[in-house]
Design a protein around this ligand. Structure first.
Ligand code: CDP
Ligand code: MG
Length: 141
């Protein structure tokens, strides 16, 4: 078993889909190990997406991610990183496979309902970005 980070994005929180998304992931075999609601500052959003800072969508993405509350959560599953990427679907909901979170709940390529870490290394860093060790229910990882 391994860990990854998901964030329910402001569009999905605002539309009242957060509970359904969490249930969908739990039913898909992910165990929630830590979860809270927060609102990102501009500085936090810029730092979280720093890898994309040269991309044309960066400023708009940062504005969107700070536009309302988000729900970061630590999820556990077998091969959690690829498993969650599969469960959320492609970045653009128009390309997301049927039954994936983005297929079901995303509005657009930017307002696409959920973030998921893309490697074990990034998962560790992103979990540390949002959660202190004591918030992770005694996990060793
Ligand atoms: O989230 P994911 O890993 O699937 O995609 P990404 O390429 O890492 O991009 C991060 C986020 O930037 C996406 O989830 C979208 O919210 C946003 N994005 C965008 O607005 N326009 C694009 N052309 C690509 C990404
Ligand atoms: Mg990404």
């Amino acid at each position: 078993m391994s860990l990854t980070l998901a964030i329910i994005k402001p569009d999905a929180v605002a539309s009242g889909s957060a509970g359904k998304i969490i249930a969908h992931l739990e039913e898909g075999g992910f165990e929630v190990h830590a979860l809270r609601m927060t609102r990102l500052s501009l500085a936090q959003a810029r730092e979280f997406y720093a890898a994309h800072s040269e991309r044309p969508f960066y400023d708009s993405l940062v504005e969107f991610m700070t536009s309302g509350p988000v729900i970061p959560m630590v999820l556990e599953a077998d091969d959690a990183v690829p498993a969650l990427r599969g469960a959320i679907g492609a970045t653009d909901p128009a390309d997301a496979a049927e039954g994936t979170v983005r297929n079901l709940y995303a509005e657009s390529k930017e307002r696409n309902a959920i973030h998921a870490s893309d490697s074990d290394e990034n998962a560790r860093a992103e979990i540390g970005f949002f959660f202190s060790t004591h918030e992770r229910l005694g996990l060793s990882g």
